[in-house]
Design a protein around this ligand. Structure first.
Ligand code: ATP
Ligand code: MG
Length: 241
């Protein structure tokens, strides 16, 4: 479904990404982890067509989309809500751009995310974590078959975060979208993903790709299992090496 071939990117003298090749299969959940500043968000900007690579190509379902935007649903690291639109209007934006709106579904999703009381409020009336959830739902509601999520739950407390992770999994299992997900949390990556791509830094190269073996559906007990801890240790070893 998504394929990057030898993608490189520099900003001025600084090379950020070097020859990144990766693949996301249809319906697959793939996480990207790597140190802060390694170039994860830059990689998303390239896939989303907001930036152009210096070298390499990006394909979606066999078609080249390098330098093109509008083909994927993208939740950027900074929740960018339009201040002049209410929450429900913000959430419906992705669908609006594609010419179809499902108001009831949007409302149900906002309610499910604990935002039922604020659907007619404006972004400046919401907390940072609430805005993050709004941006997340906007990405979920966009009709594209690939979703890029850049640390979607980083501003949430542990409890809300676990809840949102489980919710994301349940939605993803129903809709069969492909997801590329950036996180700093090894636990989160292991709990959610089919595959974890580990990046190095300066410049970022792919250090390792881990296939996550846990069967689905997954529940919270998995995080406490011996097997989970062994995989976590394996990933820490890759990152530190
Ligand atoms: N538009 C830009 N112009 C110049 N430098 C940039 C630009 N965008 C990113 N960079 C630089 O590229 C490097 C990678 O940034 P990026 O935001 O992709 O990292 P990241 O892996 O997402 O980090 P974090 O985990 O902190 O979000 C950083 O050194 C950053 O300063
Ligand atoms: Mg980033």
């Amino acid at each position: 479904m998504l394929e990057l071939r030898h993608v490189s990117k520099s900003f001025g003298q600084k090379q950020v990404l070097q020859e990144i090749s990766l693949h996301v299969a249809s319906g697959e959940f793939v996480s990207l982890i790597g140190p802060s500043g390694s170039g994860k968000s830059t990689l998303f900007n390239l896939i989303g067509g907001l930036l152009g690579p210096d070298a390499g190509e990006i394909y979606l379902n066999g078609e080249e989309i390098t330098n093109k935007h509008g083909f994927i649903s993208y939740m950027p690291q900074q929740a960018s809500l339009f201040p002049w639109r209410t929450i429900i209007e913000n959430v419906l934006l992705g669908q609006e751009l594609q010419g179809k709106k499902d108001y009831e579904l949007a409302e149900a999703m906002l309610e499910r995310a604990g935002l039922g009381d604020v659907i007619h409020a404006y972004p400046h009336e919401l907390s940072g974590g609430m805005k993050q959830r709004v941006a997340f739902i906007r990405a979920l509601l966009s009709p594209q078959s690939l979703m890029l999520l850049d640390e979607p739950f980083s501003a949430l407390d542990e409890f809300t975060r676990t809840d949102m992770q489980k919710w994301l999994l349940s939605i993803w299992e129903d809709y069969e979208q492909s997801i590329l997900f950036i996180t700093h949390s090894i636990d989160e990556a292991l709990f959610l993903s089919d595959k974890i791509i580990i990046l190095s830094v300066n410049p970022a190269e792919i250090k390792d790709v881990i296939e996550v073996p846990f069967i689905r559906p997954r529940d919270g007990d998995l995080l406490l299992s011996e097997e989970f801890l062994q995989w976590k240790k394996k990933i820490i070893d890759v990152i530190q090496f």
